[in-house]
Design a protein around this ligand. Sequence first.
Ligand SMILES: Nc1ncnc2c1ncn2[C@@H]1O[C@H](COP(=O)(O)OP(=O)(O)OP(=O)(O)O)[C@@H](O)[C@H]1O
Ligand SMILES: [Mg+2]
Length: 509
Amino acid sequence: MAAIGIDYGTSNSEVSYFDGQQHHFIKLDPNVDGANKIRSSVFIYYEHELPTPPVSMIEAKVAQIKRAISEQIDKAKEGYYEAQDAREQQRYSNQIDDLRAEFHNLPDLQRRAIELLLKDMTVQDLPLKQLVETGQFAFGEEGFKRYLTTPDKGRLIYSPKNFLGASLVAGQQQAFVGLIAKQLEFFRLSAEQQLNKPVDTAVIGRPVKFHGTRGQEGNNQAIDIMTQAAKLAGFTHVEFLEEPIAAAYKIERTLDQHTNVLVADIGGGTTDICCIKLSPEKQANHNRQQDVLSVTGARLGGMECDKNLIIKSIAPTMGRGMLMRNGLPVPPTFFSDMCAVDDIPKLNQFFSEEYWLDIVQTKSDVKEPKLLARLLTVQEEKLSARLVNSARLAKEMLSSKDTITLPLHYIEPDYDVDITIEELSSSMQSWMKKVKALVTECLRNSIEPPEMLFITGGMSLSPIVKKELEDVMLPHLPVMQGDAFNSVCEGLGIQASLLAQRVAEAASK
Ligand SMILES: Nc1ncnc2c1ncn2[C@@H]1O[C@H](COP(=O)(O)OP(=O)(O)OP(=O)(O)O)[C@@H](O)[C@H]1O
Ligand SMILES: [Mg+2]
């Protein structure tokens, strides 16, 4: 039996196996050449017809049809009493009999209800739980491509990890268990196939604090969902490890002496930081909690930067800041709601008919309706996830260029937005300040100071982040070089191999 490390990220996921000497990355996405990672988004879709709507929806529709039949019966009764002759009376009487029979024929009513529902229903109307139970899954680039080419056929869950700590309504929690189980099973089977041996053990990375506003309750819920999902996916032994601590275990293998290291993992959804005592002699120890000097984390990832960039540089070309006839600005919430890809209720509200009407009314009330037409297109065609993804690409391109032109032709032909590094930097200021406050908190809580700094996670590739942390905030700390994407996963792989040893030892006793 083999054990793998799983870095289940907000933006990207990775799986690695450590054989005691070397790390082996599992190829997860055939559409990405040579890359170890896979997009964490999932597209759940229906190739052909939508499934039968849920019972509650059918029952509500049946009740609606019955009400309509009752009204017809009442009308026919009126006709009966007001009829001029016996023949007419008989006609009404027959009609009443037919309608009553219709009213009591439940199977037929249900069939009609389903037909009516399916006529109007789109995949967006299906509850997530039903979608997960009946839809087909497409992962990684294949899923994203399907979303781009046939958005009406399914639903894209942009970053499932973002929802795990959030308040979930009835059924949603089970839906996420089912959804993540499919992803973890896909990872497990890919590993089995590539390692050529059964895989039943995993160490899965976790942020210090999951995305959400529910504190410890949210964290417990998230771990509960992940644990259930891992069991369903066929894992027998599962442990979780904080992501920055996993990264620390990886870089420990490059050290030749005891060193206190400040590790910051700045990813797509969260920033997680730890200060930890590392030492070559400790590598084989499984329990290292006493070496963690401090650990902290917050919902501060690259996605927040993507949204801030939309607000700063793209939303003004969609009508943000424009004044209405009454002198008030177009509601700024239009644009923050448009970006709420990590908040299902808010995004559903943005896609609702009432919201559409709000935008349409506002559009008729401004001087340049053309700009708000772009917002309306995003609303009508449910393009939020695509737009946030475009902003993400813009942010990444601005790591190596001073200015870029971002094409948004899926919103309007020839719609291009120029964005400069200065704009990105200014849109990142408040986020950067919060990241720095988190570093300060971690340093304050550590009883020993760090001797080196290691920054990992995709956002560590941003020159803005590097400069602020390495040059401005911590210029006295030598910087350890490492990988932005693989360190967490490699550390998880190392811990997984230690866990497998313990499992084997326990079994042989
Ligand atoms: N070259 C780059 N420049 C700037 N940002 C980048 C670059 N490459 C990736 N990123 C950003 O890094 C983030 C993804 O990082 P990473 O893959 O470490 O996150 P994750 O592990 O999926 O998320 P988390 O650990 O928060 O759950 C995204 O916001 C992405 O836009
Ligand atoms: Mg990560």
